[in-house]
Design a protein around this ligand. Structure first.
Ligand SMILES: Cc1ncc(COP(=O)(O)O)c(C=O)c1O
Length: 461
């Protein structure tokens, strides 16, 4: 059981040193929040649980950051990495390669839908997106369309924090980092709860897809290289588009010679109850980005898988891709990813994700009676979102820095659940989650919501 005493005020030596020297990455947490609350220092993990330096245990309700799909503490992966490191850890990604990267490329090509047969390795999701952007722009030029450089992204989406990826990311900070990459425009995203067009269900999704066509026409198809989107955008609140959305997008892109990039960095490798979320929609993108679940976080690795016809022009003399990443196809990372995929398959964790996702959703439905729970989305694997509102009628969100939200985040941690609480509370645990852990997660969320609602009763309408 993972119930907790309130966070102790006494810091562990590691926490003190972290505060002195480490620069934690953040896209919502301010420095004083790290120092006031203490930065969690996790020293070990097992399955879906984590232990911190103070000896407290937690359920990892976010699988790290939507990625530890096979769960923590897999010694098999550690051993595969050690064995590879002992043989050879590194070979240059440009003039050579290694057996681990070759084997992994073959496996990824066999798992991805359709003819996504050519695999470019990198170190994470942002690099995968940067790589996909460059491939898309170059292949358009090689096909005789050098002016096709524009990229259409979606409002609310997240694609990473390096420059090109950040330029497509809705929450990029204009204040510090603008101007961004030229030629990016953003279109509405599928959303059955707060649809931009006031439409419901499939009709709203279809309008979002058709808006993409309007945008392509407005930009001029002769200028558009690609459209990019996550199959299901966790960053945008885990709205599940109807299959017609992606099928229509596929047709629109084909009609206008625009490449379709699916960003499967979160959704890939079983998160949604299929190996890739594209399978729910019955389409094959031209390029697919992946990272996170590719190694379940045991090593930093990402990849872009491209269709045969996208790679074809790069075979011509003079057309080499002008893109080299020192750590691309790293042998130890590749060995970790191969072992991770072997475990996913051997333990049938993709099917388990579907089954446990249904169970989690069934339990989460019980939270609807809370006055602050506006919507609950999920049911495609272990990717569940609880939409938090001030008023069920107006669907007004609290805002991520509101004390209700910040307090709820703290409460869940103090009760032993690691999750992310923004406008939605995300639940995306390792795919090895047990039924009793799923029950504990929902119990903790239930209790914390009740407490937070009591503390903010006068603001709830
Ligand atoms: C859909 C998507 N794309 C890209 C990224 C960037 O990945 P990374 O943080 O590994 O650079 C993320 C990260 O969360 C993501 O969710």
């Amino acid at each position: 059981m993972t119930t907790h005493e309130p966070v102790t005020t006494e810091r562990h030596a590691l926490e003190t040193t972290a505060i002195q020297h480490l620069w934690p990455h953040s896209n919502d947490i301010e420095w004083d929040e790290f120092t006031d609350r203490g930065l969690r220092v996790f020293v070990s993990g097992d399955g879906s649980t984590l232990t911190d330096a103070q000896g407290r245990t937690y359920i990892d309700g976010l699988a790290g950051l939507f990625l530890v799909n096979v769960g923590h503490g897999r010694t098999e992966i550690a051993e595969a990495m050690a064995e590879q490191a002992r043989r050879i850890a590194y070979t240059s990604a440009s003039v050579s390669t290694n057996p681990a990267a070759i084997r992994l490329a073959e496996t990824v090509a066999s798992l991805t839908p359709g003819d996504l047969n050519r695999i470019f390795f990198c170190s994470g999701g942002s690099e995968a997106v940067e790589t996909a952007l460059k491939i898309a722009k170059q292949v358009q030029a090689l096909r005789g369309f050098p002016k096709r450089y524009k990229i259409i992204g979606r409002r609310g989406s997240y694609h990473g924090t390096t420059f090109g990826a950040m330029s497509l990311t809705a929450s990029a900070s204009e204040r510090y980092f603008g101007p961004f990459m030229a030629g990016v425009s953003r279109v509405p995203s599928p959303n059955h709860y707060r649809n931009d067009f006031g439409l419901e269900g499939e009709a709203g999704d279809l309008m979002c897809a058709r808006y993409v066509e309007q945008e392509i026409l407005a930009q001029g198809p002769e200028h558009v290289a690609a459209v990019i989107g996550e199959p299901i955008s966790a960053a945008n609140g885990t709205h599940l588009p109807s299959p017609v959305y992606w099928q229509e997008l596929r047709r629109i892109c084909d009609r206008h010679g625009v490449l379709l990039i699916m960003d499967e960095v979160i959704t890939g490798y079983g998160r949604t109850g299929k190996m890739f979320a594209a399978e729910h929609y019955g389409i094959v993108p031209d390029l697919m980005t992946m990272a996170k679940g590719l190694s379940s976080g045991y090593a930093p690795i990402g990849a872009v898988a491209v269709r045969d016809e996208v790679f074809e022009p790069f075979k011509e003399h003079g057309n080499a891709i002008n893109h080299l990443l020192t750590f691309g196809g790293h042998a130890v990372a590749a060995a970790a990813a191969s072992k991770n995929i072997e475990i996913l398959q051997r333990e049938d964790l993709v099917a388990r994700s579907a089954e446990m996702g249904d169970y989690l959703m069934e339990l989460a439905e019980g939270l609807r009676s809370h006055p602050t729970v506006g919507d609950i989305r999920g049911g495609l694997g272990l990717l569940t979102a609880i939409d938090l509102v001030k008023s069920k009628d107006s669907k007004e969100a609290w805002g991520t820095s509101h004390p209700f939200i910040k307090g709820l985040a703290l409460r869940t941690q103090e009760r032993g659940l690691i999750t992310r609480v923004w406008d939605v509370l995300h639940i995306a645990p390792p795919l090895v989650l047990t039924r009793s852990e799923a029950e504990q997660i929902i119990d903790i969320v239930d209790t914390c919501l009740t407490e937070a609602e009591a503390a903010h009763a006068s603001e709830i309408q």
